[in-house]
Design a binder for this molecule. Structure first.
Ligand SMILES: [Mg+2]
Length: 193
């Protein structure tokens, strides 16, 4: 009994997909799977902690996402000034700061605002215990990406420590293997479960 409960608990940290970077996201496949709203973490997903402005790759990614008719929203735990600056420089219209992931409050607000069904929403982020966890709690899909920077600062040390433990356990339970990305399996127009 205890074992099964454990297993269920770790399922909350299981992303729908695991990729090396946001650059590897197959937007055509997302479109074909019926995704309409992309929520995206900011720090270490689109931009490193020590960077202040988004790279040309991020700007191009946002442009492509917009051209393809997705709704794109930055969904960050960081403060207003940093999120606003990054979003505006990247050409993102909709952005939310201080989201307090993995708490569900802000995500509920976003869902109400955009009125998409759960299976039309996906969240991209680099952390299991904030991004993937909040997505699973909200019953939406998620893409885990590798953090842009491995440098750990401040509070994040604790978060990373717990995350390492979760990765190790999930590896043992054969739920997720760190560094083994999904892209090769899904290269030609994968469908998301
Ligand atoms: Mg992050």
């Amino acid at each position: 009994m205890e074992r099964d409960q454990n297993f269920l608990l770790f399922n909350y940290f299981r992303p729908t997909m695991y990729l090396e970077s946001y650059k590897k996201v197959n937007l055509e496949a997302l479109k074909n799977s019926g995704i309409k709203l992309i929520l995206c973490d900011m720090d270490n997903t689109l931009i490193r902690f020590d960077e202040r402005i988004p790279s040309i790759d991020v700007i191009n990614f946002v442009r492509k996402v917009n051209e393809m008719g997705f709704e794109f929203v930055i969904f960050s735990n960081n403060i207003k000034s940093r999120v606003t600056k990054c979003a505006q420089k990247a050409g993102v219209k909709n952005y939310f700061w201080n989201c307090k992931k993995p708490f569900l409050g802000k995500l509920k607000v976003v869902k109400k605002l955009f009125r998409y069904k759960n299976n039309e929403i996906i969240l991209i982020g680099d952390q299991l215990i904030t991004d993937v966890f909040v997505a699973n709690r909200a019953n939406i899909k998620s893409i885990l990406v590798e953090p842009l920077s491995k440098t750990i600062i401040g509070d994040n040390k604790i978060v990373r420590f717990i995350e390492k433990f979760i990765f190790k356990t999930m590896n043992r339970k054969n739920l997720l293997h760190e560094g083994f990305y999904n892209e090769s399996e899904y290269e030609d127009g994968y469908e998301i479960l």
